[in-house]
Design a protein around this ligand. Structure first.
Ligand code: 5GP
Length: 297
């Protein structure tokens, strides 16, 4: 076998010229982001429509590093949170990583996130607000949780919850099917199935999770691009009235929930936004307004 001939000199020169031009083009993209003449999100979108473009061959680390105010330490932390390896190029990201970077950039640029977590103290009316959203905003996917508690009268399996036994709940945890899960009110387990959420977000839909505080914290860790909303009662007295007035729990359970509510109220400052639930329609509109992300995938 004869050795492969070297490429002609002229090809090598052309290749190195092309490499220099590509580097220059990437430097110009970074400069535009640093000078705010282009947003990082615009650059990412250009990268995804043509992964071979200067935007597409730019490393994620370099893109984030050119955003004014982001130093290398923060960039490294953000990339770890988003689950993006240090060497990744913007155009080379997989679908889930693109989605997460997009959501993160949208939030950073003051746009809204399509993934919203609604939490708040017990009996504040999270369930009523989310039911209102389900009925009046059909474009919002309301996540259906799995729970080990038994259905209440009128609750439908697969609509209000997936009612499962302990064994099935264990299986879901082991299979990594839950985005988050928690024991709520020291009694039953509740968890958010992950696949429907990923699918809806990938299709550009808005997704709402109505979960407890422990779950909200886990979502913040797992998906830092999510927006966390805390639903507040108009007053503490009103919260107590709603809790007692619901009449679905015995007095021991009521006392336990009141205690949980006090602890939960003290966590409100961890949240991105607070919405007061004085009027259900009003509160629902405010929640949906916070998830109206422009843009597409
Ligand atoms: P309930 O038993 O009254 O339907 O709900 C009790 C609590 O469980 C509510 O505070 C509700 O927000 C919370 N919850 C419902 N689904 C989930 C979930 O998937 N994960 C977590 N962490 N909490 C949930």
């Amino acid at each position: 076998m004869s050795p492969r001939p070297d490429p002609p000199e002229v090809d090598r020169v052309a290749a190195s010229r092309a490499a220099i031009a590509a580097r220059r083009a990437r430097a110009a993209v970074k400069k535009a982001v640093a000078e705010r003449s282009r947003s990082a999100l615009e650059v990412a979108e250009a990268a995804w429509s043509d992964p071979t473009s200067p935007e597409g061959t730019l490393r994620v680390r370099e893109l984030l590093g050119s955003i004014p105010g982001l130093g290398p330490t923060r960039v490294a932390r953000i990339m770890a949170q988003l689950g993006i390896a240090d060497s990744k190029r913007v155009g080379g990201l997989g679908a889930r990583q693109r989605l997460r970077l997009r959501e993160w950039l949208e939030r950073r640029e003051g746009r809204r996130s399509r993934l919203v977590v609604l939490a708040g103290p017990t009996a504040v009316g999270k369930g009523t607000v989310s039911a209102y959203i389900r009925e009046n905003y059909p474009d919002v996917l309301l996540s259906v949780s799995a729970t080990t508690r038994k259905p209440r009268p009128g609750e439908i399996d697969g609509v209000h919850y997936y009612f499962v036994d302990d064994e099935e709940f264990d299986r879901k945890i082991a299979a990594g099917e839950l985005l988050e899960w928690a024991v709520v009110h020291n009694s039953y387990r509740y968890g958010t199935p992950r696949p429907p959420i990923d699918k809806a977000l990938a299709a550009g839909r808005k997704v709402l999770l109505e979960i407890d505080l422990q779950g909200a914290r886990q979502v913040r860790e797992a998906m830092p691009e999510a927006v966390l909303i805390f639903l507040l009662p108009p007053s503490w007295e009103e919260l107590v009235r709603r809790l007692i007035g619901r009449g679905t729990e015995d007095s021991e359970e009521q006392a336990r929930r009141l205690e949980t509510a006090k602890v939960e109220l003290s966590a409100q400052d961890e949240f991105d936004h607070k919405v007061v639930n004085a009027d259900v329609g009003d509160a629902a509109r405010q929640v949906v307004d916070l998830m109206d992300a422009p843009g597409r995938l």
